[in-house]
Every structure is written in C-alpha cells, then in structure tokens.
Design a binder for this molecule. Sequence first.
Ligand code: ADP
Ligand code: MG
Length: 171
Amino acid sequence: MHSPDVTAVFQLPDEAATLRLGEALAPLLVPGLVIFLEGDLGAGKTTLSRAMIRALGHTGPVKSPTYSLVEVYVISSLYLYHFDFYRFESPEEFLDAGFDEYFNDTAVCLVEWPERAQGCVPSPDLRLCLHHAGVGRVLEAVADTPKGQACLNALIQALGADSSSAMPAPR
Ligand code: ADP
Ligand code: MG
C-alpha cells in the first residue's frame, strides 16, 4: 500500500534562506533521486539548484541551463544533471534529445520547468514548488515516493520544526 505523501512548507524570506535550504538538501541527495523544481520565472529554482551543487563541492560556475537545456556535474561519485525545459515547444523534445537516458540509478536529476516535458519526463520523487511571497519566497515540498519522503523528512529534521510543517497531503 502506498504510504501517505509527506508535504512541508518552508518560509524563505530572503535569498540567504533559499541558499540555506539548498545547502541542507545537498547531503540528502542520493543517486536515482529526481527532483522537480516548479514556479514562475524568477521564483528561485536556479538559485536553489546552485546552492545544492555548490554545497556538493562544485567550485566552478553554476550556469542556468535555460539555453543549454542541461548542465552536467560529476561531483565525487555522483552524477548530477540540472535540466531546464523552459524552451521546449513540445514535451516530445525530451525524447528527441535522448534525455530519458539521463534518468537512471546513478544520477540525481534536478528539473526546472518539468511541466514543459509532461508525459515524457519520468515522475519525480520530490516536487519543490517556489512562490513569490512579498519580497521573499515560500517553498512547498511534496514527496511522491518513499525515497522522496526520506529526503523530505531528513530536510525537515535538519531545518527544524520552526521553518517547516509536515502534514499529510490532500488526496
Ligand atoms: P528561476 O530559476 O526560478 O527563474 P532564479 O533562481 O534564476 O529563478 O532567480 C531568482 C531570483 O530571486 C534571484 O535574483 C535570487 O537572488 C532571488 N531570490 C532567490 N530566493 C529568494 C528569496 N527567498 N527571497 C528573495 N529573493 C530570492
Ligand atoms: Mg531558472
């Protein structure tokens, strides 16, 4: 039987809070994990990805994949693929580009604009949805698989109960 989804809400009043969340998430990334990053342009998807990638030990630049579609990082033994499908005109471009091969047990995949590859991109373990909230942001996290739930529970533990609230997702 499918266990109930885990959801949590994190208040991110400034960019530093987004960076802290990314840094807390980085050590929880395990091979095979797929994370969708949702939210409007400027919501902070790339900022959050950049914080994770830097916290994993990458010292070079972390470019937005908006034009390249994917940026590849090999960090110690971990492959990390950072995608951005904003420029897709149809979801089939995902298959045409051969991106399905990137989603495997050895890699972490971070996906901005997954909705533009809907039906072609594999399902996520964790969905992180960023919203503008005044000058800051709010992040809603939904874990869809046991792997995503383990990651989100650990994130809630790491950041403390004050910045998050865990509750069963509505079905
Ligand atoms: P996206 O990838 O979602 O289009 P970016 O990460 O490229 O967005 O840009 C987000 C912008 O918002 C950046 O200028 C960043 O400094 C800023 N930002 C990120 N997180 C926060 C936050 N919690 N509060 C205020 N500004 C933020
Ligand atoms: Mg972006």
